[in-house]
Design a protein around this ligand. Structure first.
Ligand code: PLP
Length: 406
């Protein structure tokens, strides 16, 4: 009988939302067990609702958004995105430089497919949002990981980044604010990254999907604004800031100097038209969304859910003997460190799996983010404080006598 195998291109693609932990979680759910999912940045299941004005705009536009749009997106959406870019001092972006996508995910993959030839290298952070490594690999490239340093607020280690640039390097991915660490990078770090790109003629890929989810009154600085003389491909979307991950609404902008990237842009245009266009009803709410940022701000201010949940999780994790964590400044993730000697942990995936089986709570192990040591895991702190409290109680109890046997 004829059988079909998966493409060999996928052999080296590592992506965290799969594997034995997810298999076990799915088995438990199918068996009727209820599990608490602290593993995925999807706000809706945790009682977050999209702003009313945004829902209203989409509902009103629904009858007019039945057809395909221009492959880059409807003009009103791209115009609103250009205005937003201007407010963030991102240089040289016109409606022609904006591509809407079915989430940022689709555009990350597209941006790599359009650029890479076999053997090309892209610098990607470790830990990373794993879709970046997967997309580089799928496009035939090699993801070379630069370290983000926990001792320095999880900022990129510039020396490490520098040491990993070769003549095959095409670009640097910067995820700021960061998933999974919750870090927000200061201007000095971003300037040093831009300088490296300048020296080695690299493209910057700035994943800034969490730029509207910044805590403590801090300011997010767009990388593109610090590099007007370079090409920065910048990514953003509404999944997180407007709590509508399911609507699949993201965009990508080509900022700065495009004079040396005619071929690349041709490739992007081709790939963009091959998928016809992104979801048009979701595009139609972009203008309203980018005008209504108040409800997001409320979530981030003291008394707001994201702020209070961050305060709780940071204290609760650091109170558990053997765990330490850097305080997240943005997004809704924390990446705690486990004392592997104390718990004799040699396999972080097994740790997360054992915890899931015993306590029915799901985390993602550090290895899912291309973190090489078995000493980290990611917590998504989207649930209400009461639910986080139960989860942290369970973790403390679990760790009391947890040891891995080799
Ligand atoms: N980039 C980062 C850093 C993310 O954390 C995510 C989702 O978690 C995405 C991109 C993809 O977002 P979406 O495809 O929903 O726009």
């Amino acid at each position: 009988m004829r059988t079909f195998e998966k493409s060999t291109k996928l052999d080296n693609v590592c992506y965290d939302i799969r594997g034995p932990v997810m298999d076990e979680a799915n088995r438990m759910i199918a068996a009727g067990e209820s599990i608490v999912k602290l593993n995925i940045g999807n706000p809706a299941p945790f009682g977050f609702r999209a702003p009313e004005a945004v829902l209203k705009m989409m509902a009103e536009n629904l009858p007019n958004t039945e057809g395909y749009s221009d492959s880059k997106g409807i003009w009103e959406a791209r115009k609103a995105i250009v205005d937003y870019c201007q407010s963030k001092h991102m240089p040289n972006v016109t409606e022609n430089d904006v591509y809407t996508g079915n989430g940022v995910s689709e555009l990350i993959t597209l941006s790599m497919q359009g650029l890479l030839n076999n053997g090309d290298e892209i610098l990607v952070p470790a830990p990373d949002y794993p879709l970046w490594t997967a997309s580089v690999t799928l496009a035939g490239g090699t993801a070379v990981h630069y370290i983000c340093d926990e001792q320095s607020e999880w900022y990129p280690d510039i020396e490490d980044m520098k040491s990993k640039i070769t003549d095959k390097t095409k670009g640097i991915v910067v995820i700021n604010p960061n998933n999974p660490t919750g870090a927000l990078y200061p201007k000095e770090i971003l300037e040093q990254i831009a300088e490296l790109a300048r020296e080695h003629e690299l493209i910057l890929f700035a994943d800034e999907i969490y730029d509207r989810l910044v805590l403590d009154g801090l300011e997010h600085i767009s990388l593109a604004g610090l590099a007007p003389d370079l090409l920065t491909v910048s990514f953003n979307g509404l999944s997180k800031s407007h709590l509508i991950a399911g609507y699949r609404c993201g965009w990508m902008c080509l900022c700065g100097d495009k004079s040396k990237a005619k071929g690349y842009i041709e490739g992007i245009n081709l790939l963009s038209s091959m998928r016809l266009c992104s979801n048009v009803p979701a595009q139609s709410l972009i203008p309203a969304a980018l005008e209504h940022l108040e409800s997001t701000k409320e979530l981030l201010a003291p008394g707001g859910r994201i702020y209070e949940q961050r305060e709780y999780i940071y204290d609760a994790v650091n109170e558990i003997p053997g765990l330490t964590a850097v305080k997240p400044k943005a997004a809704f993730y924390m990446f705690p460190k486990i004392d592997t000697k104390k718990f004799e942990i040699y396999d972080d995936e097994k740790f997360v799996l054992d915890f899931l089986k015993e306590k029915k709570i799901l985390f993602t192990h550090g290895g899912g983010f291309h973190w090489e040591q078995p000493d980290h895991f990611r917590i998504v702190y989207l649930p209400y404080v009461e639910d986080l409290r139960k989860a942290m109680g369970a973790l403390k109890d679990f760790l009391k006598d947890y040891r891995q046997l080799r």
